[in-house]
Design a protein around this ligand. Structure first.
Ligand code: PSU
Ligand code: MN
Length: 302
């Protein structure tokens, strides 16, 4: 499954300059049109402003692409019925000559295979509430247990069962550190209400942990850098609790299951908070992208 690596990304990797992988599911399924396209391009610009090269990842016409041009980003943002591809879907899409947006799991796999070590997203997938009935746990977790990549995120999506997700990450052996905090961030919220065991304060410290991961050896697992949305940009916690409870009820009442659950809940929150959840989501992603670029620079400068 050979990926098409853009010239800009190839040159940066060859010269050991900083590169940041970005996922495409957030563009295709996580954000409303037409804002999604502007955000996708803005995030790439934010990576560049920090002196790193963005590598947005997606599958187009049966080929994984690492680094997209503007036309290709536009396809991901605007094509109707674009698929959501987890890592298990990659061979199916490739063999079918199909396209799709890549989730955290598919993006992390493709990025790591291309030699990219740092990846920024919004919130990871994880263990859904009602897991005992639905068995719905994002493939993000299992893949991060066997992929050597650093993921900068605002924790896991708050629509999930956060303590169960933290427990799964522990069981799977995935390293988690708070960035500048000893609290696990709550995606739309700065604090999920749960602690983390480790705190890192600078991009250099993160890069040192990455080097130590390689030196210590063991399973090729990820490092999760959990970077909170600034408190003044978070979603009002009371509004969050109320609208999320409604969203979860609507999801059940409408019988939404499987891959559709996460986009359904995120969209419900956007519509029922007058867009405030979208602003908090974007603030989180922007912060993650900037931090990821700085970590990539610290890593490349090693
Ligand atoms: N973060 C966001 N918005 C998103 C996602 C993450 O801010 O839409 C996507 C990621 O691609 C993640 C996916 O991998 O949601 C998880 O979906 P699921 O729960 O179906 O595995
Ligand atoms: Mn799921």
């Amino acid at each position: 499954m050979t990926s098409v690596v853009s010239e800009e990304v190839r040159e940066a990797l060859d010269a050991r300059r900083p590169v940041v992988a970005l996922e495409s599911t957030i563009i295709a399924h996580g954000l409303p049109r037409p804002r999604n396209l502007r955000v996708a391009l803005e995030l790439e610009a934010a990576v560049r402003a920090e002196g790193a090269v963005p590598a947005t990842i997606a599958v187009l016409d049966g080929r994984p692409h690492i680094g997209l041009d503007e036309k290709q980003v536009e396809r991901i943002a605007n094509e109707d019925g674009i698929r959501k591809l987890g890592h298990r879907d990659l061979p199916l899409a490739v063999a079918a000559g199909a396209g799709g947006a890549t989730t955290v799991s598919a993006t992390a796999l493709l990025a790591a295979r291309a030699g990219i070590r740092v990846f920024a997203t919004g919130g990871l997938g994880g263990v859904h509430r009602e897991w005992t009935v639905t068995q719905d746990e994002s493939a993000d977790l299992g893949l991060l247990a066997r992929t050597r990549i650093t993921v900068v995120c605002a924790g896991v999506k708050s629509i999930l069962d956060v303590p169960a997700t933290l427990q799964r990450l522990e069981t799977l052996g995935v390293a988690v550190a708070g960035y500048g905090t000893d609290r696990f961030p709550g995606f739309y919220l700065s604090d999920s209400g749960h602690p983390v065991d480790w705190t890192l304060e600078t991009p250099q410290q993160v890069a040192e942990v990455m080097r130590a991961q390689d030196a210590v050896g063991g399973p090729e697992s990820a490092l999760i850098v959990a970077n909170p949305v600034p408190e003044q940009e978070q979603l009002d916690p009371e509004l969050h609790a109320r609208v999320l409870a409604e969203a979860l009820r609507a999801c059940e009442a409408e019988g939404v299951t499987g891959q559709a659950v996460t986009p359904f809940l995120l969209d419900h929150l956007v519509r029922h908070t007058d867009g405030a959840s979208l602003e908090a989501n974007l603030a989180a992603v922007r912060g993650n992208v900037r931090l990821a670029a700085r970590i990539a620079a610290a890593w490349a400068g090693a």
